[in-house]
Design a protein around this ligand. Structure first.
Ligand SMILES: [Zn+2]
Length: 534
């Protein structure tokens, strides 16, 4: 009697937890995999390994493992059904004839919404998944406990979310994990101790912002011994003593953004040419002067420029440029007025983007023609470096860093792909950066990053050819005029498949639209452009 009472309570609690989790779940997630057998029929495969498109292809998945990739015909010829993989009892067929299938995208720099942005994880995850992003490297924006908890739920597919690779911000502590009792890391030994505890806590790596050389050296050395990954945003406060080259030599596996790279390329100075009234905590100073930085570095293809690039490549160093997150600097209006803000940007995030002396990245105190022109030059020099880095065999990945500077989760990742294209990448090189290169940088290329027998079933399926127009990957699609002179929208990811589970990408977007609508109604919110009265 007693036992059964306890059992009933146990089941009740258990069911409440399940119910709670399903509350976050999308309808489409239920019973949509993984399947004992899933056959995806008739796609054109655009792989992440640089191979050209090929189709029609049938792809067979069992549970979460790719078992067969079979070319089943020729373009323009009816498929002979005799030679197609056979459906087993209990199996599932996905008829997507004529559509394009790519490996799931990897976003190498994805914060799961900061508290200041008011973006909760469901909102962020659905925007990512709706854009084909099945893996995210999360630089612990909201703390490692938060990130590791969501990572676990995602691993178990209890929530709609990409797989999460958690990189702890260096020095960050958690409830479980506070080896230094909140003391700031001030000695190499403390750095080593923190790094060991971080690994024990289950993190996948570390996100640095720069520190004193002896501390960086110790932390990177210890981290390397443990075989974990590392990323660094070389913030200006430490970069004069420790730039990208120091990091790469000490064992950093990837650099974020671009800071620290022009500094490694200085020839006629050792410190950025700061105006004398500069204050790093003034966001306009910070971003305006950053826009002049590449012009202070060695010229493209000069001896020093070549030397730095070749050394980084020899060290197998990954560059994750996150071009998109700075794009408002060269064209503020474009970023502010992106057509998706209306439907998909939640009010709290919209407010966070507005000019402010406090919010990070809201540096539009007075942003005009001069600042934009400087940043356009900055981009040209930066893109020249990144494209040549790729050409010489260096690894370049795709990361978004959304949630700042008018860049919206998911949408901004597709913009990143367009900017890699602008830098000079062939669309197939863009896709490789978005998939296999990311997998390699995460040391997960035996599991994800390309469509290969034995790897996990993470795919993006889209109706239009994304190589011809990357814009078809935007949730809002691309504008097209039909033969009847009608304006239509084409594209938008059709299905995102993660761990063999099929998600209807458009339904995920619809969920987001509803969330935004509810939030707007609650506070009677309307997007008003800054400085205008309604
Ligand atoms: Zn970031």
């Amino acid at each position: 009697m007693r036992i059964s009472k306890a059992l009933i309570i146990f089941f009740l609690i258990n069911n409440m937890i399940t119910f709670d989790l399903i509350g976050q779940e999308n309808e489409t997630n239920k019973n949509n995999g993984p399947y004992t057998q899933l056959i995806i029929r008739g796609v054109t495969l655009i792989n992440g390994n640089g191979a050209p498109p090929i189709g029609p292809v049938d792809i067979v998945v069992e549970n979460n493992i790719i078992k067969e990739i079979k070319v089943v015909g020729y373009p323009g010829i009816a498929i002979d059904h005799k030679n197609r993989p056979k459906l087993k009892k209990g199996g599932k067929e996905l008829h997507v004839d004529g559509m394009y299938l790519l490996p799931g995208f990897i976003d190498m720099h994805g914060h799961i919404g900061g508290e200041a942005q008011g973006a909760d994880s469901e909102y962020v995850f659905k925007l990512w998944m709706a854009h084909g992003i099945t893996t995210v490297r999360e630089p612990s924006g909201r703390g490692i406990d938060y990130s590791l908890n969501l990572k676990k739920l995602s691993e178990q597919n209890k929530i709609v979310a990409p797989r999460i690779i958690s990189y702890t911000a260096f020095g960050q502590t958690s409830e479980e994990f506070n080896p230094l009792n909140d003391a700031p890391i001030s000695t190499p030994e403390m750095a080593r101790q923190w790094v060991r505890s971080n690994a024990k806590n289950g993190a996948d790596g570390i996100k640095f912002f720069g520190a004193e050389p002896e501390i960086m050296k110790a932390a990177l050395d210890e981290n390397k011994k443990l075989g974990l990954g590392s990323a660094c945003h070389h913030a200006q406060m430490s970069v004069a003593r420790w730039n990208v080259l120091h990091s790469a030599r000490a064992g950093l596996t990837s650099m974020e953004h671009w800071y620290g790279l022009p500094e490694a390329l200085f020839e006629d100075k050792t410190i950025q040419h700061y105006p004398l009234n500069y204050n790093y905590n003034n966001e306009q100073h910070r971003f305006e002067e950053a826009g002049k930085l590449w012009q202070q570095a060695a010229k493209p293809y000069s001896e020093h420029w070549n030397k730095v690039m070749n050394e980084l490549i020899a060290l197998d160093f990954t560059i994750d440029p996150t071009f998109n997150i700075y794009e408002a600097s060269r064209d503020l209006q474009r970023a502010r007025r992106a057509e998706w803000h209306e439907m998909y940007t939640i009010p709290s995030l919209w407010k966070f983007y507005q000019p402010s002396k406090i919010s990070h990245g809201s540096y539009w105190h007075y942003w005009g023609t001069e600042q934009e022109i400087a940043w356009k030059k900055n981009y040209q020099l930066w893109m020249t470096f990144i494209n040549e880095y790729k050409n010489r065999g260096g690894r370049v990945t795709a990361g978004s860093d959304s949630g700042f500077i008018f860049q919206l989760y998911g949408f901004a990742y597709i913009r990143e792909l367009e900017l890699l294209r602008e830098a000079g990448f062939h669309p197939l090189e863009v896709i490789r950066s978005a998939t296999l290169n990311g997998a390699e940088a995460l040391m997960l290329d035996d599991k994800i990053g390309s469509v290969q027998i034995g790897k996990l079933a993470d795919f993006v399926i889209v109706e239009e050819n994304p190589l011809e127009n990357l814009k078809v990957l935007y949730g809002t699609g691309a504008i097209k005029l039909t033969d009847n002179n009608e304006v239509v929208r084409v594209g938008g990811v059709k299905y995102t498949i993660k761990d063999g589970i099929i998600y209807d990408a458009k339904k995920l977007l619809e969920d987001v639209k509803q969330m935004v609508l509810v939030a707007k109604q609650k506070e009677n919110f309307k997007i008003v452009q800054p400085g205008f009265k309604e």
